[in-house]
Design a binder for this molecule. Structure first.
Ligand SMILES: Nc1ncnc2c1ncn2[C@@H]1O[C@H](COP(=O)(O)OP(=O)(O)O)[C@@H](O)[C@H]1O
Ligand SMILES: [Mg+2]
Length: 219
């Protein structure tokens, strides 16, 4: 088991009203799972994913990662850097860095050595070998997202968290991104949690859920 959420609750307050966004979420992610989560806008998908990634914190409930309890006191930055990859709707690449530098960024952040041989193989796997020296502004939307997905993967994370990763892509790029996630999963047993509005992305889930009124239900 990689990730376990137990009775996760989260509310936001706007001063007057309390919005109960997550009402006791339980979820287990095992190695090799692709978990897909759909739900209307505002249903709490990003909140849930951010809590899984220790970017945001639940009001109550527990999170276990590789059987260790995640708590506020631990070194969360280190935990995230060593265990997680993040993909967002907008790629969040650094425009001043070329593709190769963007992809290697997680190693510089943690001050660990880049394994050049396997990175070279990954550039081929991600079909970005010819784009290494390009800058993000010279790439298509789909290519940028492919770079962002490769960046989320380079440090061999236990889990990739992708928040509406195809939300700003066109049809063909959506299909390419789906194929890429499937290939990462089948070749490397990569575990991935994806939130999405797109039925095609939703359907690659090996475990599929919908989030409605604060409750996660199996589809
Ligand atoms: N930091 C915040 N403060 C107040 N309300 C928030 C905050 N973050 C999210 N919300 C509210 O919580 C609900 C769920 O948001 P979100 O998780 O972004 O939904 P989704 O990703 O499914 O669109 C929304 O109503 C949103 O306005
Ligand atoms: Mg969202």
């Amino acid at each position: 088991m990689i990730l376990e959420l137990q009775k996760i609750e989260k509310s936001f307050s706007d001063g007057e009203n309390q919005l109960n966004v997550l009402k006791g979420i339980n979820l287990t992610v095992n190695r090799g799972d692709i978990v897909t989560i759909k739900g209307p806008s505002g249903s709490g998908k990003s909140t849930l994913l951010n809590i899984m990634g220790a970017i945001d914190f639940a009001d109550s409930g527990s999170i276990f990662f590789n059987n260790n309890k995640i708590s506020l006191g631990s070194d969360l930055e280190k935990f995230r850097n060593e265990n997680l990859g993040f993909v967002f709707q907008f790629h969040h690449l650094i425009p001043e860095l070329n593709v190769e530098e963007n992809v290697k960024l997680p190693f510089f952040v943690s001050n660990t050595k880049v394994d050049t041989k396997s990175i070279d193989e990954l550039f081929i796997f991600f079909d970005l070998d010819s784009r290494k020296k390009s800058f993000p502004n010279n790439l298509s939307g789909g290519e940028k997202q492919r770079v962002a997905i490769m960046r989320s993967f380079v440090k061999n994370p236990s889990l990739i968290l992708a928040d509406e990763p195809t939300g700003s892509l066109d049809n063909k790029q959506v299909i390419n991104t789906i194929e890429l996630f499937k290939k990462m999963n089948s070749q490397f047993q990569q575990s991935i949690v994806i939130t999405t509005h797109d039925e095609r992305v939703f359907n690659i889930g090996t475990k599929k859920f919908s989030l409605n009124n604060g409750v996660l239900s199996k589809v």
